[in-house]
Design a protein around this ligand. Structure first.
Ligand code: ZN
Length: 154
């Protein structure tokens, strides 16, 4: 997948603003408006723990606060080996995935357990389905709401 020219010319501040707006959009669609989200665009060294992650969500369930870290577009090439079909640069998909984790926080399981793996697989399958349907609908309705400043899937 070639680099989006908008991204390469956009400043980090513009990219963060575009990302935060997109998170707000999906937050409403997924009915998660009661969560306070701190959206961050991070370079590789700013990601917590797993440096191969494209996005990370740190949820504080009792307050319904969450810090959401998304890997900066400049660094997505460093994790590309772990993803198929350019999904590491599909921010809609990654936003929906991270937001769905908030719905599942009461049922959180360590990702190494069978239950955790099953939960991760379910979230990934649901995320892909939602974004796929969203794009089919968008094409059908001829709406042009492509967002500037951040890469997105086709
Ligand atoms: Zn996940």
């Amino acid at each position: 997948m070639s680099a989006d020219p908008v991204v390469t010319t956009a400043s980090s501040e513009q990219a963060l603003q575009a990302l935060a707006e997109r998170v707000r959009y999906w937050q409403e669609v997924l009915r998660l408006q009661d969560w306070n989200l701190d959206v961050r665009l991070c370079r590789t060294h700013e990601m917590r723990g797993d440096r191969q992650a494209i996005a990370q969500t740190e949820a504080f369930v009792h307050r319904k606060d969450a810090i959401m870290r998304f890997l900066h577009p400049m660094d997505t090439d460093t994790v590309s080996v772990n993803f198929l079909f350019g999904e590491e640069r599909d921010y809609d998909l990654n936003i929906v995935h991270e937001l769905l984790h908030l719905h599942f926080t009461p049922f959180h399981r360590d990702s190494e357990t069978p239950e955790g793996v099953g939960q991760e697989q379910a979230i990934e399958a649901i995320s892909r389905a939602i974004v796929k349907l969203y794009r089919v609908h968008r094409r059908g309705s001829r709406r042009t709401d492509r967002w500037r400043g951040m890469p997105q899937g086709s």
